[in-house]
Design a protein around this ligand. Structure first.
Ligand SMILES: NC(=O)c1ccc[n+]([C@@H]2O[C@H](COP(=O)([O-])OP(=O)(O)OC[C@H]3O[C@@H](n4cnc5c(N)ncnc54)[C@H](OP(=O)(O)O)[C@@H]3O)[C@@H](O)[C@H]2O)c1
Length: 252
């Protein structure tokens, strides 16, 4: 799949990793980039950067009518990047109710599924087409401190594999991007090294170009997978540290 001359749609493209994807697509020669944004005013700066190639579209990925409109208004998309996501910072049991767990499933699992369903026929009309789902190391190892986020990314990862099989006959490649820790608003509370969003976008476009099924986009994602392969139980226990009180109760 070539980036040059492609037409891409990036959900949540107004900031963070999505914004980096928009810039990387432009640098790679994409003919047009649709920037999905809940509020198109937040994508204005990207339209101003390349008014002839960037089109901001209103798109709350949890709103079926927005998804339907996006498919109707962007009939030329050849690359769909499901990037929009949310992390509610609640654990599964300590949260007052299941609102945040449900919301994470809606945004991180059902919404990219809805986008894939809406755009599959459009992608199929292109001789070359691709979907990339922006996932997380939290979808490779369960992170208790991430509550509903981790399960939602596990679900999205399984969905990515299923959709890859369903779209194989039409030649659309479907890539899972496994992302570690990145310097964006979502990870503003996270300490330690955080990768630049541009690094993730660069790796992501490489994966799309090469039709790679699943790619670890950064050093943390690579390390998490290696650690899981070495000793799954040690990895599970290490992840318990994400629950600060458990660190005390387990003595770890
Ligand atoms: N940052 C990390 O460390 C990290 C690690 C692993 C994976 N990821 C994944 O990377 C992706 C991008 O995250 P990020 O780090 O760039 O976070 P971010 O800076 O918080 O950006 C999140 C983006 O998603 C959009 N969004 C949220 N809910 C939406 C909805 N219902 N409809 C449409 N757009 C919505 C936001 O739009 P608004 O501006 O309107 O809020 C924003 O554009 C996510 O899927 C995330 O899970 C991030």
């Amino acid at each position: 799949m070539k980036i040059s001359d492609s037409v891409a749609l990036v959900t949540g493209g107004n900031r963070g990793i999505g914004e980096a994807f928009v810039r990387a697509l432009l640098a790679g020669g994409a003919r047009r980039v649709y920037v999905g944004s809940r509020d198109v005013a937040n994508a204005r700066h990207l339209v101003d950067e390349a008014p002839d190639r960037v089109v901001a579209i209103p798109l709350d990925v949890t709103h079926p009518q927005d998804v339907e409109q996006a498919a109707a208004n962007c009939p030329d998309v050849s690359i769909l990047i499901n990037n929009a996501g949310a992390f509610c910072m609640q654990t599964l049991l300590r949260a007052p109710d299941m609102t945040s767990a449900r919301m994470e499933m809606e945004i991180n699992y059902f919404a990219p599924l809805a986008m894939c369903r809406a755009f599959a026929p459009i992608l199929g009309r292109n001789p070359q087409s691709a979907i990339a789902n922006v996932l997380s190391s939290g979808g490779v190892v369960a992170v208790p401190g991430m509550g509903g986020y981790s399960p939602s990314k596990f679900a999205a990862r399984a969905m990515t594999t299923c959709i890859r099989a369903e779209l194989a006959p039409q030649g659309t490649s479907v890539t899972a991007l496994i992302v570690g820790s990145v310097d964006t608003r979502m990870a503003s509370h996270v300490e330690g090294f955080k990768e630049a969003p541009a690094t993730i976008a660069k790796a992501g476009l490489k994966a799309i170009e090469r039709g790679i099924d699943e790619m670890d986009t950064d050093s943390m994602a690579i390390e998490v997978r290696a650690s899981l392969a070495r000793d799954p139980k040690a990895q599970e226990l290490m992840m318990r540290r994400s629950l600060s009180t458990d660190r005390v109760s387990t003595g770890r």
